[in-house]
Write a new protein. Structure first.
Length: 209
């Protein structure tokens, strides 16, 4: 079974409070999501492999560690996931960015894929799928499946807020994919929104309420 990592760092929880607040405007909301994505990226990269090299400091030679050069891919689920990409890239600027486009059918609440574009060397990369919300889990499950069928073997999923139902659905469908989240909320309502949640992340990011 996949592991759920709840990242409860004080800075993340502080910023998440203002992300949730309905009075937070588009500009501030966008900046806060970006900042939390950076802070979460610090945690999600904790197990990146290192190698030891020899360098020369101003004082003497020294053995020190550097990243092994493992290739990383960031894949936002369109459109709300776009709000988290730059935040992750601040820490991993060499990562390549793919995109998966999904929309939720308003009647069935099931996701429908309309776009997918990934780096050409899919099999060689570790992927981080980003989306602010993990509600029913449908979009996350389908996005992960979209990457897997194109050859991705090592995938993590990162979001700001999840519902218990969404976490359970992703774990059932993809027990090999770890989930990184800043908060797990109470439940889903009858409309498939997370309670208390933060509303529609895409509308709040792009001002399309």
């Amino acid at each position: 079974m996949s592991i759920v990592h709840v990242i409860d760092h004080p800075l993340i929880q502080h910023k998440l409070t203002y992300i949730r607040d309905k009075h937070t405007g588009t500009k501030d909301f966008r900046e806060l999501v970006d900042e939390v994505a950076t802070l979460m990226a610090f945690e999600i990269t904790r197990d990146m492999p290192l190698e030891e090299i020899e360098i020369e400091t101003p004082v003497s030679k020294a053995k020190s560690k550097t990243l092994t050069g493992k290739k990383i891919g960031i894949v936002p689920i369109l459109r709300a996931g776009l709000g988290m990409v730059d935040g992750v890239l601040k820490l991993i600027p060499a990562a390549k960015v793919g995109h998966v486009g999904l929309y939720r059918d308003p009647k069935t609440l099931k996701p429908v894929e309309y776009y997918a574009k990934l780096p050409s060397d899919v099999e060689e990369r570790d992927f981080i799928i980003v989306d602010p919300m993990l509600a029913t889990g449908g979009s996350a499950v389908d996005a992960i499946e979209s990457l897997k069928k194109r050859g991705a073997k090592n995938i993590k999923f990162m979001c700001l807020i999840a519902s218990p139902e969404g976490v359970e659905n992703v774990q059932k469908a993809h027990p090999d994919v770890d989930i990184y989240v800043a908060a797990i909320d109470e439940k889903l309502n009858e409309m498939g929104y997370i309670v208390p949640g933060l509303g529609d992340a895409g509308d709040r990011l792009f001002g399309t309420k």
